[in-house]
Design a protein around this ligand. Sequence first.
Ligand SMILES: [Fe+2]
Ligand SMILES: [Fe+2]
Length: 270
Amino acid sequence: MKKINFLIFGDIVGKIGRKALIQNLSNLKAKYKPDLTIANVENLAHGRGITKKTLQEIKDAGVDVFTSGHHVFENQQGLPLLDNEEWSKVLIRPANVGPNLPGSGWIHLNIKDTRVSILNLQGQLFMPQDPSSIFLSFDRFWKEQVNESSKSIIIIDVHAETTSEKNAFANYVDGRANIVFGTHTHVPTADLRVMPNGTVQLTDVGMVGAHDSVIGFEKNSSIKRFLAESTAPYKIPETGPAEINGLFVSLDMDTHKVLKVEQIRETVAI
Ligand SMILES: [Fe+2]
Ligand SMILES: [Fe+2]
């Protein structure tokens, strides 16, 4: 039986997150043998968006495709990459925010003679940039970008705050999409499952970032902000253990049925 394997990571947070992935990706690849490796990069450059240097670092480490979220629009250095001829082949941003913002919300790749489409969406609940409905955005994508008879594999990064919106969405696309993984909260959920019509769903993959932290950021600076004692920018720990949260999915190349799913949760020394 021929397989097609996917290795997926949630939000990589800052230098320590990049280091954790760079130092461990070759081992993870040796174990899981992915045909495609995807990571969310909205927090890649010190928590805010991307830069060419930071993106190149994790591309060189072996990540193939980069999804993102609202923070990617906050880093002016990274904005041109979203429209750059080369980077835009592998770098996407939520499809359902600001039509005037740079970049595209999906890409189509050819892997092992299979069309693999990767779509990035941003939830509406408690999220900036006034996204349109992820449900209707998917329907539009399905109508305009997917040929139902050609059996492409569809992978969706749903960058959203609430479990309810992500969970409802996964049920809505069950049987149409192959993998729906959530990002943004930085906290992995324990609900990995194959849904009744065959879609793999994980409400949030979780981050790649500092373990002794508040969602990847220095804990005291975060607590101070909650206590309204500071409005200083978040700091990111540079040392200490890091956690790598990910998702592995293996599909049958002919039927696209799920052969194996596994949630990855590792704590590594940095
Ligand atoms: Fe994030
Ligand atoms: Fe986010």
